[in-house]
Design a protein around this ligand. Structure first.
Ligand code: ADP
Length: 598
């Protein structure tokens, strides 16, 4: 990825990058822009030549061969102008298709190696979304805008230089008015961009509300809570607000354009008047005068409509490129995209946290404070604690997602940082609370747990252990049935079945350390305890850590760790912890007792 240097992704780097990514399409557009830019000048000179030659025959007979060359040039210009739009349309589609492949690939690779902290940070996520969503469209539109800008500038410069040759004063007049006009258009463009950004933000919000009001995922709650009217009201008012904003943008744009074009028309008239003395004293021919007037009027028309648009487009692409720059400069995690690396003969002996301190990036408060504990490889553990106590954070540190902690984390006495990231990937398998329901086949939902292992027997064993056979039998295409709502024939499973499927992934993986991080939080306490019990029964041979804030399941563990205020406050068997006077575990257990007593 040569063009993704860690530098500012400014407009020059962007243009170079576009020419590298899609040389044919980018070259074509640049060629058309330059041609379009010079055509008015060529047209001016051709008209001048034509008029002069016709004038030259005044009183005589006009022979076709005398005006053939200017005629051919003028005809060529007409054909070029006729042909180009349809070819350009084809190029637009093809360019975006090419860009889609290249950019998706590039941005996906970048996303895959990002430091995990960006994935959890909502601002970074929003920025990544802004950059990657329809990137091909943003890149291509941006490139077109820059080409349009180049075209406008060349057009002006070429025309000014012809005018300058005839009358320096007229040339200076164009310059004098063009510069502030460009500046004004640039400012308007920037303002419009800011307004539009606001409108887009509001639109994003009401689109979300519209999803709540209409989609299948929200249907149940929508019916039960009957909130449709309330949300619809908010939706309507946001729609009105967004429409008002857009109308204001349009009004402003129109007013700017009209005032711009009025200035330009006045300028054209002034230039025509200024050129009159040059015409009468023979400095310019009649033909050139007619040609210049035609070109100036053409330019005026083009400028008044295009200038503000181009400037707004430039402000837009500039802001987008800033985002791209931030995204491309986001820190990467070394080896983030490596495949899991197996450690031959590895068996868990100990896992130790030694005086670990950790706070999330950009946060003041520590989530873990002097956290120390040792887990033995031959036991099963449960880590309990209230919501927000830092239980999931332990998992994130242990699996290498966050590295900037203080203190030491040791696996079998070896510092976690000394393991390769690929080795950690192999070592751990985790089912998170917000586990993913892949819209893939039933088989692939398990298979993604270890894509290197295509083991039909193991797959069958896992399905049997989790008592999922009847579920598979009921599916229309058995184990190959598509799940989820993505496809028309996709089958949806029940919440409990999805949970089992997530756990099946973990059983299918060969990771020696398994962590269940409250994947059953959606179940009631008894249901959760049942799932964990089953998990323990089918997964005896692997080292397991169970994370939960409910204690019914925890008591099945060999040892329980109680996390509070960023550290392990108690560690022991269920029985031992219940015997602790004023113990935290005892207090939690007593308050939850009613959940488990029939
Ligand atoms: P638990 O799993 O015990 O419920 P967590 O480990 O998820 O707790 O969270 C511990 C604390 O860290 C909470 O106060 C939570 O708000 C905060 N936290 C969790 N993730 C992040 C994050 N990505 N950025 C900032 N703070 C976070």
């Amino acid at each position: 990825m040569k063009s993704l240097e860690k530098s500012k992704y400014n407009i020059f780097v962007f243009m170079r990058d576009m020419i590298r990514m899609i040389p044919f399409h980018a070259g074509y557009l640049l060629f058309v822009a330059v041609m379009n830019a010079f055509l008015p000048t060529v047209q001016t000179l051709a008209i001048a030549e034509f008029v002069n030659r016709v004038e030259g025959t005044y009183g005589g007979v006009l022979k076709v061969h005398m005006v053939l060359i200017p005629l051919i040039i003028l005809l060529g210009i007409v054909i070029f102008k006729q042909m180009i739009p349809s070819v350009t349309n084809l190029i637009h589609v093809s360019a975006q298709n090419h860009l889609k492949t290249v950019l998706r690939n590039r941005f996906m690779k970048k996303q895959a190696v990002l430091q995990y902290r960006y994935i959890e940070d909502s601002e970074s996520c929003a920025l990544i979304y802004r950059v990657c969503e329809k990137a091909e469209n943003r890149f291509w539109t941006g490139y077109r805008t820059v080409c349009n800008g180049i075209e406008l500038v060349i057009k002006c410069v070429a025309l000014i230089s012809i005018v300058m040759q005839a009358s320096i004063l007229s040339g200076a007049a164009i310059l004098l008015v063009s510069v502030p006009l460009f500046y004004l258009a640039h400012q308007t463009g920037k303002q419009n961009y800011a307004l539009q950004k606001d409108a887009v933000e509001i639109k994003r919000r009401y689109n979300y509300l519209s999803t709540i009001l209409s989609d299948r995922d929200h249907a149940k709650e929508r019916t039960i809570f009957g909130y449709s009217k309330h949300i619809a009201k908010e939706y309507d008012s946001l729609c009105d607000y967004a429409n008002q904003k857009e109308a204001a943008i349009e009004k402003k744009r129109y007013a700017n354009m009209k005032s711009g074009s009025l200035t330009m028309v006045m300028l054209a008239v002034i230039i025509m008047l200024l050129l009159l003395p040059a015409l009468s004293n023979g400095n310019i021919s009649n033909g050139l005068y007619v040609g210049l007037v035609t070109s100036i009027l053409n330019l005026v028309q083009g400028m008044s409509w295009n200038l503000a648009g181009v400037m707004q487009g430039l402000a837009d692409i500039n802001a987008y490129l800033n985002d791209v720059s931030v995204f491309l400069n986001m820190e990467e995690k070394a080896d983030a995209d490596v495949e899991p690396i197996k450690i031959p003969g590895f068996q868990v002996e100990t896992i130790e946290f030694r005086n670990v301190y950790f706070r999330y990036p950009g946060r003041e408060e520590y989530v873990l404070k002097d956290c120390s504990f040792v887990l033995q490889g031959n036991k099963c553990y449960a880590i309990v604690g209230k919501n927000g106590a830092g239980k999931s954070t332990l998992t994130k540190l242990l699996t290498g997602l966050y590295e900037d902690y203080e203190g030491q984390i040791l696996i079998n006495g070896k510092n976690l940082r000394e393991y390769q990231y690929g080795e950690l990937k192999w070592m751990f398998s985790v089912v998170f609370q917000d586990f993913v329901r892949y819209a893939l086949s039933f088989r692939d939902n398990i298979f993604v747990g270890n894509v290197n292992e295509n083991n039909g027997q193991l797959l069958e064993r896992v399905i049997e252990k989790l008592e999922l056979e009847s579920c598979v039998q009921e599916l229309p295409c058995g184990i190959d049935s598509r799940l989820g709502k993505l496809e028309k024939d996709g089958v949806d499973l029940s919440g409990g079945q999805w949970q089992k499927l997530a756990i099946a992934r973990l059983l299918y993986s060969e990771a020696p350390i398994n962590i269940l991080d409250e994947p059953t939080a959606a179940l009631d306490p008894k249901g959760e305890a049942k799932v964990y019990k089953m998990f323990w029964q089918v997964n005896e041979e692997k080292f397991t850590i169970l994370i939960t804030h409910r204690l019914g399941a925890a008591r099945m563990a060999d040892e329980i760790l109680v996390l509070d205020q960023g550290r392990v406050m108690e560690q022991g068997t269920h029985k031992a912890l219940l015997e602790l006077e004023n113990g935290l575990y005892k207090e939690m257990f007593d308050s939850q007792r009613c959940w488990y007593e029939a």
